[in-house]
Design a binder for this molecule. Structure first.
Ligand SMILES: O=C([O-])CC(=O)C(=O)O
Length: 166
């Protein structure tokens, strides 16, 4: 199976790039997880230094989706760790993009999912359950809506209003 290539997708969808239906995230993410390339429909969650909602979502069936976690860019604690990585793998999530930090990097790198995050921090997050699911989030220069599509590979991360034909 030919792997999806974000570069090729950008080359062949210039009109979608021009009209904003296809956007490229600013290159601020580090690459983790076994799947260097992954894609799927997006589910969004907006939190700040609290990962209770993240756990709730990753303990439900992913069905090939990508969880986009807007953690407000905080570098002060981790929103995702090894247990949640294993849960995401077991529940069939394709990947997770975190506008924030992760921990248990070696465990996450062993999981059969794709992960993008700003970096790592060994401190755990709060557990109060504050945040919002399924809301539009503004991450890496781009507005991202629940139900849009994310495509990630070694070159970068694309957000598309609709599924791309590849
Ligand atoms: O529960 C957390 O804060 C995240 C974590 O460490 C894990 O998933 O293993």
């Amino acid at each position: 199976m030919a792997a999806f290539a974000t570069a090729e997708a950008c080359d062949s969808n210039a009109s979608l790039l021009a009209n904003g239906e296809l956007r490229v995230l600013e290159p601020i993410f580090k690459i983790y997880g076994q799947r260097r390339a992954f894609s799927g429909p997006i589910m969004t969650v907006k939190v700040f230094e609290d990962n209770v909602l993240v756990r709730q979502l990753l303990e439900t069936r992913g069905e090939g989706r990508v969880l986009v976690i807007d953690g407000g860019g905080s570098n002060r604690c981790a929103l995702l760790g090894g247990n949640l990585g294993q849960s995401a793998q077991a529940m069939g999530w394709a990947g997770i993009l975190v506008n924030g930090c992760i921990r248990d990097v070696d465990e996450i790198n062993a999981c059969d999912i794709g992960v993008r995050a700003l970096g790592s921090n060994p401190i755990k997050s709060n557990k109060k359950g504050v945040g919002e699911k399924h809301v539009p989030v503004f991450v890496a220069g781009t507005l991202i809506r629940d139900g849009e599509w994310l495509y990630a590979d070694s070159d970068g991360v694309l957000i598309s209003k609709a599924e791309l034909s590849v």
